[in-house]
Design a protein around this ligand. Structure first.
Ligand code: PAF
Length: 281
């Protein structure tokens, strides 16, 4: 497996693969890889001739008081995991290469970016769409892989690719969970023992919502109230939002008639965790 740091070398590598008629599968990450990322890499391996994983902790998607500085970075560990899961290349650009001093261009997907998670992290999705757009331009993938855990991110990136005519297929794979149901996330590493134990309540609340819907409950406010009651029982949990929305436009749904995305964000101590489930009536 190769580690490419230069943007030029990365584009050249993909160009050569395409000239040889090879397909390029791409998994963008910020490193701190876990089983969720590895499931994306393995799927990319199955579906493409060449697999590229990018590792870049993208400064512009973090707010000023967020965890950019302490975000876990361990290239040696990540590269072993990438190699084991079938990656051919790690693209590992430097911050100055991605954002030189005179950097001025940003990509924003309107409406979808300032609700749910975006409402509480202003500028976050603009940072995500900007870097993913740049990475798509450099790597030129045929297929790109994202996790359902970041449902809003996947919806926004799909919309960006569609609106900007980017010739890439966006594939969204199921959330990978720990045995007790906690969605895998690089930020789970921040949790202390008690927070980690209490954090299972996120998935439990989503399952409760799914069960309530399958029993015929269609009122979002009733379902959200029941979820809140369950989560508020945990000492370390503080709910940021629980929303039931249409998965196409992310607008709140009052009465459930069709497919809905139930998304939540909960502070466990000083760590914000998100999770979601898609439920069809
Ligand atoms: O999901 C992530 O890890 C990041 O938001 C992404 C897509 C790699 C962009 O920095």
């Amino acid at each position: 497996m190769k580690i490419i740091r230069s943007l030029k070398e990365m584009s050249g590598f993909s160009r050569k693969a395409h000239v040889k008629g090879k397909s390029v599968g791409f998994v963008p990450t910020m490193g701190a890889l876990h089983e969720g990322h590895l499931s994306l890499i393995r799927k990319a391996r199955k579906e493409n001739d060449v697999v590229v994983v990018s590792i870049f902790v993208n400064p512009i998607q973090f707010g000023p008081k967020e965890d950019y500085g302490r975000y876990p970075r361990n290239l040696r560990r990540d590269s072993k995991l990438c190699e084991k899961s079938g990656a051919d290349v790690i693209f590992y650009p430097g911050q100055k290469q991605m954002y030189p001093l005179n950097y001025k261009t940003y990509v924003a997907v309107y409406d979808l970016s300032n609700c749910l998670y975006g409402k509480f992290r202003p500028g976050h999705f603009k940072g995500v769409t900007t870097v993913v757009n740049k990475l798509f331009n450099i790597v030129s993938p045929d297929n790109a892989y994202f996790g359902q855990k970041d449902a809003q991110q996947a919806i926004i990136i799909k919309k960006m690719a569609e609106d900007l005519n980017i010739p890439v297929k966006i594939k969204v794979l199921p959330t990978v969970r720990e045995r007790d149901g906690l969605a895998m996330s690089s930020r789970n590493a921040y949790l202390n023992k008690e927070e980690r134990r209490d954090a299972t309540v996120l998935n439990q609340a989503l399952i409760l919502a799914k069960n309530l819907i399958s029993q015929g409950n269609t009122s979002s406010s009733v379902i959200i109230r029941r979820m809140k009651e369950l989560i508020n029982n945990k000492k370390s949990a503080r709910i940021q939002y629980i929303l039931i929305v249409d998965p196409n436009d992310l607008l709140p749904v009052a009465k459930i008639k069709d497919k809905v995305l139930i998304a939540l964000s909960v502070w466990m101590g000083k760590t914000r965790l998100i999770d979601n489930i898609v439920v069809s009536l």
